[in-house]
Design a protein around this ligand. Structure first.
Ligand code: SME
Length: 158
């Protein structure tokens, strides 16, 4: 995947759009269409110490994840990207879709703190590489730059 091209497409899609849910929905759709071999792509946002399900593509997923729980909650607690080769070997992994076998979670920051995560799931063990992790961090940077104001607000506030 050429992440530079994908990042440019993402920027063009959300630039100047003041609607958080519209941008997150389009971002999840763009990523889900562009990356091969995914079964889920979407967002969770923090409300207190709980990650709450945001816009996504894929099967219905768990609604609430406590900080420190699952791959998403660990990404928030450790404040860093989690690249999980085999989710069945990750202690505390939360199985939303039994088809998921590998996962990539990138924290999203706004106003100097973590506000949520981008979560990608794949049915293939070892689907995600360091290149995917760096590429998805670039996509999240684009969102942080273009959506700074709306990302500061919780999902309930938009
Ligand atoms: N597997 C995630 C939960 C979210 S779903 O994959 C959409 C986790 O362990 O945090």
């Amino acid at each position: 995947m050429n992440y530079e091209t994908l990042a440019a497409s993402l920027r063009a899609l959300i630039k100047g759009v003041p609607h958080k849910i519209a941008n997150l929905s389009n971002a999840s759709a763009l990523i889900f269409e562009a990356l091969e071999d995914l079964n889920w792509a979407g967002f969770y946002f923090l409300e207190g110490d709980t990650l709450v399900l945001g816009p996504f593509q894929g099967k219905p997923a768990c609604i609430e994840i406590k900080t420190g729980r699952g791959v998403c909650g660990v990404a928030v607690r450790e404040e860093k990207t989690q690249l999980v080769r085999n989710v069945h070997e990750f202690p505390g992994h939360i199985a939303c879709d039994s088809a998921s076998n590998s996962e990539l979670v990138v924290p999203i920051r706004a106003g100097g703190r973590i506000v949520g995560v981008l979560d990608l799931d794949s049915p293939s063990v070892g689907r995600f590489t360091e290149e995917d992790a760096a590429g998805c961090e670039t996509l999240v940077r684009v969102m942080e730059e273009e959506m700074e104001e709306t990302l500061r607000a919780g999902l309930r506030e938009v």
